[in-house]
Design a protein around this ligand. Structure first.
Ligand SMILES: N[C@@H](CCC(=O)N[C@@H](CS)C(=O)NCC(=O)O)C(=O)O
Length: 203
């Protein structure tokens, strides 16, 4: 059985969301989102940086969320969430899937560190401002792409699990401006999916 090492309010939620969308059985090892748990010897033996998510599947262990999503789809997919490589939607699928960790998460990481994780006296306001501007720029093309579609490639796919989760987090951080109407509606659409609710409410 697939086993997910999980902490709340983290990218591990993407994997719960995917497993729930696919209706796949899984076990979960819930940890606190705290250095005591994540940087323990036990967890560092799973992930060299002491982070989440980590997935175990028998002898296979993976510790990068996008790789975990692809692995689950390719080895265990239970009816889809990824277009065929010959489909006209496939290039966009790949692009938005990787835009998540490549373009959107780097500024989010800096924003989270400088608003939530560090004590106020160690927060860097210059880095925070730069990251907020960069994130706003990175969200623009997603808003534009959603002008004529409900989901990134039209129908719901694993690109929405990656990038949709990052858009939800951006909105939660107050970084989706009101003029990004399509993105706001997309975040709401995602938040109404029952598999997403299970993932985001998991503590
Ligand atoms: N690119 C990695 C990032 C993993 C990552 O940074 N996870 C965060 C949670 S969202 C974490 O575990 N942070 C704990 C820490 O940095 O100590 C992935 O997508 O899996």
């Amino acid at each position: 059985m697939l086993k997910l090492h999980f902490a709340p309010n983290s990218r591990a939620g993407r994997i719960v969301w995917l497993l729930e969308e696919l209706n796949l059985p899984y076990e979960i090892n819930k940890m606190d989102f705290h250095p005591k748990a994540l940087k323990s010897d036990e967890h560092r033996s799973r992930h060299p940086l002491g982070r989440v998510p980590v997935l175990d599947d028998g002898d296979v262990r993976l510790f990068e969320s996008g790789a975990i999503v692809e692995y689950i789809l390719d080895r265990h997919k239970n009816g889809g969430l990824k277009p065929d490589p010959q489909s006209p939607d496939f290039p966009d699928y790949l692009q938005w899937f990787h835009y998540c960790e490549g373009m959107v998460m780097p500024p989010i990481n800096i924003i989270v560190v400088n608003t939530i994780l560090l004590p106020p006296d160690r927060q860097d306001q210059t880095a925070l401002g730069q990251a907020q501007r960069l994130l706003a720029k990175a969200l623009g093309p997603i808003n534009a792409a959603l002008a004529s579609k409900d989901y990134l490639i039209g129908s719901f796919s694993a690109a929405d699990i990656m990038l949709g989760h990052a858009c939800f987090m951006s909105n939660r951080l107050g970084c989706v401006s009101d003029d990004m109407h399509y993105l706001k509606a997309y975040v709401e659409r995602i938040a109404n999916r029952s598999a997403f609710k299970t993932a985001i409410n998991m503590q």
